[in-house]
Design a protein around this ligand. Structure first.
Ligand code: KG4
Ligand code: ZN
Length: 361
């Protein structure tokens, strides 16, 4: 029997040091994620220098653990795939240098992978989807609609022109004194509140495209908090819950309406098995996820949401993207360098304020 191609993946573009071993038959032999959040907790956000140093310390340990968990040696690996961007440059460089060293020492091919391609191709690893599918990538650093046409063919339909929703959730949590990461904390509070108490804006819904904006919403929340502090000297727990509920429902409404437009554009391509897939930490939000699933079902699309551990940053998605690139004869980024910015779809002109804003991708 022929051996199945097996790839080692390495990811270090934000605050997770990750290594994984994945086979072309979609078996994840191992997936190790060393989370740095404790190192950054005191600073209210990811500190790039601390992240880069922690990656440099943890990369070899994570790779060794991934190989051990997979019960495989480096000599049995067919290729090494590494995130070459976009992301925090110090972390990306740490990962690329580690991968270069491993490749040089072992003689294995090295593939530079776009972190966003890793997210966008994950539904093919988990659900064996056929191209083209519609993907909403909604995380702490990104928010964009993509038509995934192939392993190296992504069409960006639109995205945020300022903050990513996860970044907005994190900022709202900070404004309200809730724990980081903000998404889960705000979601817990929102369940206790009344979304109608505060009438927050639904930005850019007057525009017919798929672009989104969250910074005005964030400012509106700040203003309502400050007004309450001025009027009453502070916020009650009820006020805080109402703010969270109002904010979350505004984010959900905007995401759902813009997804509806992205679905319209995608359906014009007449896909034989239409699918909406989601990825990124914000996709963990029960209310947002349920809204997207309902919209998807109503529009006749299958809804695919990979398990959360594969929706958030991990190296299995990088190994898988490497497998996909090799399958279409694409050697990955060449020459392999670390890139802080690396748009998936080079076609549309860059918009003011678009692209990577937050620490995470
Ligand atoms: O995908 P992810 O782990 O990292 C990247 O951004 O790549 O996403 C993290 C983001 C954080 O901003 C976090 O607050 C947000 O996802 N998040 C959530 C929820 N869980 C995580 N946002 C809203 N609701 C949640 N339940
Ligand atoms: Zn990411």
């Amino acid at each position: 029997m022929n051996r199945v191609e097996t790839v080692l993946g390495i990811e270090s573009s934000c605050d997770d040091t990750a290594a994984a071993v994945v086979r072309a038959d979609r078996t994840i032999l191992s997936s190790v994620v060393a989370d740095q959040s404790a190192l950054h907790a005191a600073f209210g956000g990811v500190v790039p220098e601390i992240a880069a140093r922690a990656h440099a310390e943890k990369l070899d340990i994570s790779v060794a653990a991934a190989l051990k968990d997979a019960d495989i040696s480096l000599s049995e690996i067919d290729a090494i795939a590494v995130t070459a961007g976009p992301g925090l440059i110090g972390g990306v460089i740490s990962g690329v240098m580690m991968a270069r060293g491993l490749a040089a020492g072992s003689g294995k091919p090295l593939i530079g992978v776009n972190h966003l391609a890793g997210h966008a191709l994950t539904p093919r690893l988990t659900d064996n989807l056929a191209f083209p599918y519609l993907m909403l990538l909604v995380s702490g650093g990104h928010c964009q609609f993509l038509i995934v046409n192939g392993a190296d063919d992504f069409e960006r339909l639109g995205g945020t022109i300022d903050d990513a929703p996860g970044e907005a959730f994190d900022k709202i949590a900070r404004l309200l004194g809730l724990a980081q990461p903000g998404g889960p904390s705000v979601e817990v509070e929102a369940k206790k509140g009344n979304a109608a108490t505060f009438a927050y804006p639904r930005p850019l819904l007057n525009r017919p495209d798929c672009d989104l904006s969250f910074s005005g919403l964030k400012t509106a929340v700040l203003r309502s908090r400050d007004a309450l502090v001025k009027d009453k000297g502070g916020l009650t727990k009820g006020d805080r819950a109402d703010i969270c509920a109002g904010f979350q429902s505004a984010v959900r409404d905007v995401l759902i309406e813009k997804t509806r437009r992205a679905i319209d554009l995608y359906l014009q391509r007449l896909p034989t098995q239409p699918v909406l897939a989601i990825a990124g930490g914000v996709a963990a939000n029960t209310s947002i996820r349920a809204g997207l699933e309902t919209l998807s079902n109503e529009s006749g699309l299958k809804f695919v949401a990979p398990p959360l551990r594969l929706c958030t940053d991990n190296a299995a998605m990088i190994a898988w993207a490497g497998i996909e690139l090799r399958a279409v004869g694409n050697p990955g980024m060449s020459p392999l360098i670390a890139r802080p910015r690396w748009p998936l779809d080079p076609r549309p002109p860059a918009m003011l304020g678009s692209g990577k804003k937050g620490a995470k991708a």
